[in-house]
Design a protein around this ligand. Structure first.
Ligand code: ASP
Length: 450
């Protein structure tokens, strides 16, 4: 049994629905299908999820707005009319949206989650209808019925461990099961969404629940590339990646697969295959537990921006027991997660995502560090980017760091920070944001073209 997930662009129009149906029906093992909301049909288009977010914001700020609602309905109408599906489906979608607005108009967070989730929910219903119309047994299965039980944090749901047992019962059901991605239900009975791009997470959880032989993730690229194709023409296509490599690449900007989506499949060692809905014959990229290391020690180079570094100096910091704990406690109190903590003898830096320090938090955090830890100096360095060189083969290869630093030196990129974890599966360089693309390009040439 395979679980197949289709991303937003794969289910954005009637033409795409048709491709998706062909893909599902061409392999009888594709029994569980997870769909996103209709995504962009072209570069200028707006994702349904974004239309729903605007609708929720409008309702919260100025009340119900028919025009915003009809923009959402129109996305589904375009699909149903071309596929000649029953017109009553569109009324049902409109009713569904109105009902969500009515139930939650006084609760901003629930309204937002309810409307966001409806994007995938209504699309899953249409997909099941379409498969039926083509003469196949298919059922829409709501996340509630499926057992997708999640924590009650709007926009940040996490799966509850007990969900997996419930999900495993999907194996007993007949026909093709179509499940909407992106949300689950909390024990209080509320709809709660995963973070943006979270249909990948649903697919992965369902794949783990039913112990699928494979989790196929259909998107709009032939494979995962070794570098962002916007930076390098025709970059190397990755045939196979380990879970650890994918985790590192997803963390640092590879958006093909959501970084929270790996954990469920890793535990059950279910292979993930990233494939292209518009070119399903291409083999795609397989993400597996272990792979053979071919000639290349590095598999990919990624980067992500929007970091800052809190740089702290205090003489004899190395002998002060509890300094690190107290520092991190301050961040914990302020609800700030940290990314890395490179340190020297008398200094330590904490790298955090810049947005965590907005709305007065920066002043508060710095004040607390100064007064509670009695440091000699604390400064925030902004606009940093992290560049990640990733590959299982690096652990056994001498000279990776020197090759990387030479490439960065040749590009005149100043390295602010270097970090290599004990697993040696990645090496990270902190650089100034405005130099990040140059850094990535030069590293790519050093490891892949030279
Ligand atoms: N539709 C949601 C989003 O745009 C979730 C997804 O597509 O995975 O974020």
């Amino acid at each position: 049994m395979k679980v197949v997930k289709f991303g937003g662009s794969s289910v954005a129009s009637a033409e795409q629905f048709n491709k998706v149906a062909n893909i599902i029906l061409s392999d009888s093992e594709r029994r569980v299908v997870v769909v996103s909301a209709p995504g962009k049909r072209n570069d200028q288009d707006i994702k349904t999820t974004d239309l729903l977010i605007s609708l929720a914001k409008t309702v919260t700020s100025t009340g119900y707005d028919e025009e915003s609602l009809e923009k959402v309905v129109q996305r589904y109408e375009d699909i149903t009319s071309e596929l000649l599906l029953d017109k009553s489906l569109i009324n049902q979608i409109r009713e569904n949206l109105l009902q969500i607005i009515e139930s939650y108009k006084d609760n901003e967070d629930r309204l937002m989650d309810g409307l966001k989730a409806s994007g995938e929910d209504n699309n899953a219903k249409l997909m099941a209808e379409y498969l039926n119309k083509l003469g196949h047994e298919a059922h829409y299965v709501s996340p509630k019925e499926a057992g997708m039980m999640v924590t009650d944090q709007p926009g940040k749901a996490r799966i509850l461990p007990e969900a997996y047992d419930r999900l495993s019962q999907l194996r007993e059901r007949s026909g093709i099961l179509v499940i909407p991605g992106f949300f689950g239900y909390s024990n209080k009975g509320h709809v709660v969404t995963f973070p943006r791009g979270g249909s990948d997470i649903t697919g992965s959880i369902v794949a783990a629940g039913v112990e699928a032989t494979e989790y196929e993730n259909f998107t709009d690229v032939d494979s995962i590339y070794s570098v962002n194709p916007k930076l390098i023409d025709h970059p190397n296509e990755i045939k196979e990646l380990t879970y650890r490599e994918m985790r590192e690449l997803a963390y640092s900007g590879f958006s093909v697969f959501h970084d929270e989506a790996l954990q469920p499949v890793v535990r059950k060692k279910i292979p993930v295959v990233v494939k292209n809905t518009n070119h399903p014959e291409a083999p795609g990229t397989r993400i597996v537990a272990e792979r053979e290391i071919n000639g290349y020690p590095v598999v990919g180079i990624a980067s992500d921006e929007g970091f800052c570094s809190i740089n702290i100096t205090k003489y004899l910091m190395n002998r002060e027991i509890g300094f690190g704990r107290h520092l991190l406690e301050i961040l914990e109190d302020e609800n700030i997660s940290f990314e890395h903590t490179p340190s020297g003898i008398d200094n330590i830096s904490v790298i955090v995502r810049q947005h965590h320090l907005e709305n007065g938090k920066e002043e508060r955090v710095l004040h607390r560090i100064r007064t509670e830890l009695l440091v000699d100096d604390v400064q925030v360095e902004r606009d940093l980017a992290m560049v990640m060189v990733v590959g299982e083969g690096m652990a056994k290869t001498v000279g990776i760091a020197s090759k990387a630093t030479t490439a960065l030196g040749e590009a005149e990129v100043n390295i602010k920070m270097i970090n290599q974890g004990s697993s040696e599966v990645s090496m990270m360089f902190g650089v100034e944001s405005y130099k990040v693309d140059l850094a990535v390009k030069n590293l790519y040439h050093a490891f892949f073209t030279k």
